[in-house]
Design a protein around this ligand. Structure first.
Ligand code: ZN
Ligand code: ZN
Length: 388
């Protein structure tokens, strides 16, 4: 361990981190902790402990060197074993080379490691450690595409996912502005649970589509929503969010109907089901006509409401309440059970990932896949067209 305060090192590190656009991404969003463990996975990191008043402390961390951040009062402390190495109001970790990375874990919760490239900032927010990863957009996307897309697919699917994830990240980069970062690491923004995994196919798909985004007719980022499987029909945005979104419409998707998550079945106790309908929506359970309708609800196409709009029970609410894979299902009553036969997985708006994977497998190119799912979008390589 070398303890230094050499401005020369600072200059070398800072100058080496000026790359393309970088985004601050919150890691461990929703995880409350006052301790974080870090191990330098590869390369070198310069750790800077900032003090309210005074000169920052800098420490150079080498590959496999490790330590633990802990909160003490209003300060963050960095320990190696039982030795207190540095203390400050907030810390920065600056990578030496672009592929250097840090392995993070939350010792109080699990030993599971999450590796990320780029720089880091640690601060105390409401008595918890807030970890931010400042990462170049394209490097972030390599992580997102592998988290959101998984492995074993064809290149044109990964290229498609890279373009819609890039567009989404840029369109929503102010989503967490009030919290001091651009995006979180969860599905709320896009899953970014680890750095790129180094598969050439994913990395080259991101690289080969660099700067490509989808725009609407006004030059704004196109709303590139996506989900796992639409169940054979994409969902109108107003069924999910109560309002239409220009350029996004419902249509029949023939590519996803024989895929892994095309259908699902779930049984729910009839008493639980009717209790929810009666207490929340005053469903007239004693009315013979309504009761007869409840016995067997079948719908070929997506509907906004269960049974009939007159009862005012959104399919979306049933999905939320009973934790269903989708809001596209039939419901039949048998032996005091409600048997749900569902289609698809996810909100159903925009691009259907399993459909896009199938198209890629059948040889479609990424621009054909994008035009199929987002017929109103313009595929743009030209940054000057974009209205920020
Ligand atoms: Zn978020
Ligand atoms: Zn689909």
């Amino acid at each position: 361990m070398v303890l230094k305060q050499l401005s020369v090192i600072l200059v070398i590190f800072l100058s080496s981190t000026i790359w393309a656009q970088s985004l601050p991404i919150r890691i461990y969003e929703g995880v409350k902790t006052n301790q974080l463990q870090c191990v330098i996975g590869s390369g070198q990191y310069l750790m800077i402990a900032h003090h309210e008043n005074g000169i920052p402390t800098t420490v150079l961390l080498q590959t496999l060197e490790q330590g633990r951040f802990k909160i003490k009062g209003s300060l963050l402390e960095f320990y190696q074993g039982t030795n207190l190495i540095a203390q400050g109001s907030h810390f920065e970790l600056i990578q030496r080379n672009q592929e250097d990375f840090v392995n993070w874990s939350v010792p109080e919760i699990s030993t599971k490691i999450r590796s990320y490239e780029g720089d880091f900032e640690l601060t105390i927010v409401k008595g918890q450690i807030q970890l931010i990863n400042n990462v170049e957009l394209e490097t972030y996307l390599e992580g997102v595409v592998s988290c959101e897309g998984g492995s074993g697919h064809h290149q044109s699917y990964y290229q498609t996912q890279a373009i819609i994830s890039r567009t989404y990240a840029l369109a929503y980069q102010n989503r967490h502005q009030k919290d001091g970062y651009a995006l979180c690491d969860r599905v709320h923004c896009q899953a970014y649970l680890h750095k790129r995994i180094g598969t050439t196919l994913i990395d080259s798909s991101v690289y080969s589509t660099q700067n490509i985004v989808l725009l609407d007719a006004n030059g704004n980022y196109f709303p590139t929503f996506f989900h796992a499987n639409c169940g054979g029909q994409t969902c109108p945005p107003e069924y999910v969010w109560n309002q239409p979104i220009e350029g996004l419409y419902s249509f029949k998707d023939t590519f996803c109907i024989h895929t892994k998550q095309a259908t699902w079945v779930k049984n729910i106790a009839l008493s639980k089901w009717t209790a929810f309908l009666t207490t929340k929506y005053n469903f007239p359970i004693d009315d013979s006509v309504s009761l007869a309708l409840l016995q067997n609800f079948k719908s070929e196409d997506r509907t906004a409401f269960y049974i009939h709009p007159v009862y005012g029970i959104p399919m979306r609410d049933l999905r939320d309440e009973f934790n269903l894979k989708s809001s596209f299902f039939n419901a039949e009553i048998k032996d005091q059970q409600v048997i749900l036969s569902g289609r698809g997985f996810g909100h159903g708006v925009g691009l259907c990932q399993e459909g896009a994977m199938k198209m890629a497998k059948e040889g479609y190119k990424y621009d054909q896949i994008l035009r199929y799912y987002f017929p109103g979008a313009i595929i743009s390589r030209n940054k000057t067209l974009i209205h920020e």
